[in-house]
Design a protein around this ligand. Structure first.
Ligand SMILES: Nc1ncnc2c1ncn2[C@@H]1O[C@H](COP(=O)(O)OP(=O)(O)OP(=O)(O)O)[C@@H](O)[C@H]1O
Ligand SMILES: [Mg+2]
Length: 336
């Protein structure tokens, strides 16, 4: 098989890898389960399946934290497994395009390149693309020519708010909130109001179901441990309680968007007014978020068709279309 080109969006919760030869995007949980003895027990979605259920001798973790590589060894291992899966067991020398957060230092950027070099995936060329730029392309925005684009990516533990213009980033702000905080808010309110301790996965499930539940006028049915009796129980939670807990989190993001808007040069502000805000990232799908953003900013809101993969779709365009190649660049000062 011919050499390939891959585009990687290393998310804290989900890793997304575009493979040019198959024209597919792999989406898997960025998780690894390690046995005490040091062997890999499971990775990706199967490691997530075991999360919060595994015995003490199996350690399950996310190697990324706040978009930065916290556990290099495990991250290298995961990348090797996923590229091995995509290349059906025979990893060939290939080009890699990796999306990196826009506000990281040169040293941190080199750490991403280092990661790919040491993963055993035979990189030929490693190119870096700013995540927000790839995101814009993935959402179908002509980032090189468009002026005044406000993009908000709500991920797992970070939310990035950026203003793009003419292929560059004019302003950006990375805040430490996202899907994980939403889950925590749900857990806390259920604990406080219903004396019930629920797991992170249950909370995530409620968050994802919320729109449907609200539409059908149903309560969220959750299982957890009663604080008073210590016994496992089932409870029915009215959705307005959850909406209230999430609204506080949404407000924090909306307040930050307003701060960015206040700092935006007036000419760009006029363009943003015309285009509206672009929302993406998996957690931007949560019930009521887009509506609250619309009300809180008095701007139009464009929601992504594929919010989890928008960055990877942008990378695929860069890989396939020579017109976009100029937004990717090599990192200097590193030997291969
Ligand atoms: N249908 C849905 N409704 C609500 N939330 C969702 C839905 N699908 C996924 N999410 C949430 O989206 C988050 C993951 O989104 P995404 O893959 O964009 O994050 P990430 O790129 O891994 O994280 P980060 O960008 O912070 O590194 C999780 O918190 C998940 O619970
Ligand atoms: Mg992300």
């Amino acid at each position: 098989m011919a050499n390939n080109a891959y585009g990687i969006d290393l998310g804290t919760s989900n890793i997304k890898i575009y493979s040019r030869n198959d024209d597919v995007i792999l989406v898997e949980r960025n998780m690894i389960a390690i046995e005490n003895k040091g062997g890999v027990f499971a990775y990706g979605d199967s490691a997530f399946e075991m999360y919060e259920k595994a015995p003490g001798n199996i350690h399950i973790s996310y190697p990324l934290c706040n978009g930065v590589i916290a556990d290099i060894k495990n991250m290298e291992m995961l990348i090797r497994y996923f590229i091995n899966d995509l290349s059906k067991g025979s990893i060939r020398p290939s080009d890699y395009y990796i999306a990196v957060p826009s506000d990281i230092t040169e040293v941190e950027k080199r750490a991403f390149k280092d990661l790919l070099n040491k993963s055993g995936i035979k990189p030929r060329q490693i190119m870096v693309v700013e995540k927000t730029i790839a995101d814009g392309l993935g959402l179908g925005i002509d980032v090189k020519n468009a002026q005044g684009i406000l993009l908000v990516n709500v991920g797992y533990d970070t939310t990035e708010i950026s203003i793009l213009s003419l292929g560059g980033i004019v302003l950006s702000r990375l805040i430490k909130t996202g899907g994980l905080r939403f889950d925590d808010a749900i857990r806390q309110v259920i604990r406080k109001e219903h004396s019930l301790i629920i797991g992170g996965k249950t909370a995530e499930g409620v968050k994802m179901e919320l729109r449907e539940l609200t539409k059908d006028g149903r309560n969220a049915v959750v299982y957890g441990r009663d604080i008073v009796t210590g016994l496992p129980v089932e409870r029915s939670i009215p959705t307005p309680l959850i909406d209230g807990a999430l609204a506080e989190q949404f407000k924090m993001i909306i307040d930050n968007v307003r701060v960015i808007l206040e700092r935006t040069p007036p000419e760009l502000a006029a363009d943003i007014y015309r285009h509206g805000i672009y929302l993406t990232g998996g957690a931007s799908q949560v019930s009521n978020f887009a509506e609250m953003m619309r009300k809180g900013t008095k701007l139009g809101v464009n929601v992504a068709d594929n919010p989890i993969t928008s960055v990877a779709v942008g990378l695929s365009k860069i890989i396939k279309d020579a017109n976009y190649k100029s937004v990717a660049y090599a990192i200097e000062g590193m030997s291969k």
